[in-house]
Design a protein around this ligand. Structure first.
Ligand code: NAP
Length: 476
């Protein structure tokens, strides 16, 4: 269903599309297929609702977001189960995601009350300067399927806290999770028109409406660099404000003084999280030559012990890939690497036994001897493959790590504080984990440099993306 102006409704076209479970191929729902006209109606509702919502006190908006947090936490288990069925990640990971998602409601319920202005020194004695921050207006938002609940709250919570209203188009593969988030928003008592949801199987016309409708002041997009770049061009032509959270190609660097077994544990946990379908997933593991053998043995053992299957079953750590093209891309990258001389240490094929052929399962894979000629070295894999590369010295690995147009996340393992600081400063990435595989939280600014995006989500930076700065000059 579409959620427009506080009501659940069908699409104007009367059409709907099917949602399937990527682990079993079974249909799990039928969702209204929103059209450009539906998007325009939602934008009108959001524009209408803006005046009243933006004029509420920050305390009132905060109360509503607090209620959304409480409701999402009450519904955590049901939401996590739905996420596992619709997106495929194991239940434990889905529960963690719901917690992360709810945290954005809680964090921005508080940040709503911290939108401070400034009184500045003015150049003339009879002049006073004051700076205000005001909500930008109606926001058009587009989100991906890989984190189908938290990618929505990471936008909706700060936008609403700032006093904006929003129209959101969720990913085609995960509209059911999006509908449950909007049920939370509805039940929390957010006024009609403030938040609107347009699922669709045909994203281009909705995207075009969002980037061209004069009522929309800002576009916030999370997804691939390719689609983000196209939307940014269209949004720029219409002078929309823009936030982009795009693809990544994270280096994971293990220096010679690190414990190779501990680093391999970290590598196995972060690489195979969400079956490698994360924008901050390591894509190039640079391991110092002196400890590479130990690292690879430990990594192979861990990865070889991972169980793939339906995430609702106990003991599953690898869920399916989201669809057939994703499976083909992963397999193509592995075959290309092996053909060009990489060694396949474990995995390397589609999983089909014990009913897994009904879903899109790929065996967790480790490759060594990966070189820059291989596709996997520079293109985002978005799958369960760990490519390992040996290196000799610090300057060499720093320049290899930075030699990409992506700049989202990077990871470093070392016990040397000075080296850690040099890496923190030298890596051209927005998020750096130093002996840390999970440098994300609602309180922390998340985002990338270069082609990985513009702007930040989370933290105090996250609400600033939805605020205008206004200067008042007063002659007295
Ligand atoms: P995608 O293909 O770019 O899709 C993202 C969203 O854009 C979906 O809702 C999609 O709709 C929509 N879309 C596609 N074409 C569009 C168009 N012409 N106009 C308007 N909307 C359009 O990316 P994805 O495969 O879903 O997500 C994976 C990518 O997201 C990866 O590159 C990953 O690194 C990135 N990501 C980044 C972050 C971050 O925070 N930086 C977080 C998560 C994911 P449909 O679903 O209907 O195609």
């Amino acid at each position: 269903m579409l959620y427009i102006d506080g009501e659940w409704r069908g699409a104007r076209s009367g059409r709907s599309f099917e949602v399937t479970n990527p682990a079993t191929g079974e249909p799990i729902g039928d969702v209204a297929d929103g059209t450009r006209e539906d998007a325009a109606a939602a934008i009108s509702a959001a524009a209408e609702a803006f005046a009243a919502w933006s004029q509420l006190t920050a305390f009132e908006r905060s109360d509503t977001l607090h209620r959304a947090y409480t409701l999402m936490m009450e519904r955590r288990e049901a939401l996590a189960r739905l996420m596992t069925e619709e997106q495929g990640k194991p239940l434990r990971a889905a529960r963690n995601e719901v917690q992360y998602a709810a945290d954005f409601f809680l964090w921005y319920a508080e940040e709503a009350k911290r939108v401070y202005g400034d009184v500045l020194p003015a150049p003339r004695p009879d002049q006073r300067f004051m700076v205000l921050h005001q909500p930008v207006g109606v926001v058009g938002a587009i989100t991906p399927w890989n984190y189908p609940v938290s990618m929505i709250t990471r936008k909706v919570a700060p936008a609403l806290a700032a006093g904006c209203t929003i129209v959101l188009k969720p990913a085609e593969q995960t509209p059911l999770c999006a509908m449950e988030v909007f049920n939370v928003i509805h039940d929390a008592g957010i006024p009609a028109g403030v938040a609107n949801l347009i699922p669709t199987a045909d994203p281009a016309p909705i995207g075009e409406e969002l980037v061209s409708n004069p009522h929309v002041a800002k576009i916030t997009f999370t997804g691939s660099t390719e689609v983000g770049t196209m939307l940014a061009g269209r949004a720029a032509a219409n002078m929309k404000r823009l936030s982009l959270e795009l693809g990544g190609h994270a280096p994971f660097i293990v220096f010679s003084d690190a414990d190779p077994v501990y680093a391999a544990k970290g590598a196995s946990l972060v690489k195979f999280l969400n079956t490698g379908q994360a924008c901050i997933s390591p894509n190039r593991m640079y391991v110092h030559r002196s400890i590479a053998a130990e690292f690879l043995t430990a990594l192979e053992t861990r990865v070889g012990g991972m169980r793939a299957g339906n995430g609702l079953e106990d003991g599953i750590s690898i869920g399916p890939l989201v669809d057939a093209p994703s499976l083909e891309k992963v397999d193509r990258q592995v075959k290309d690497a092996v053909a060009k001389g990489a060694q396949l240490r474990t995995g390397g094929s589609r999983l089909t036994s014990n009913g897994l052929d009904r879903g899109f399962f790929y065996s967790p894979t480790v490759l060594s001897g990966v070189t820059p000629e291989m596709e996997i070295y520079s293109n985002e894999t978005f799958g369960p493959v760990a490519p390992v590369i040996e290196f000799e010295d610090e300057q060499e690995v720093l320049s290899l790590a930075n030699d990409t147009h992506y700049g989202l996340a990077a990871y470093v393992y070392t016990e040397d504080l000075r080296l850690a600081m040099r890496m923190f400063e030298g890596l051209d990435y927005g998020i750096i984990g130093i002996n840390d595989i999970n440098p994300t939280a609602a309180a922390a600014p998340f985002g990338g440099m270069k082609h990985s995006g513009i702007g930040r989500e989370g933290g105090r930076e996250g609400i600033a993306e939805y605020l205008e700065t206004k200067l008042g000059g007063f002659s007295i």
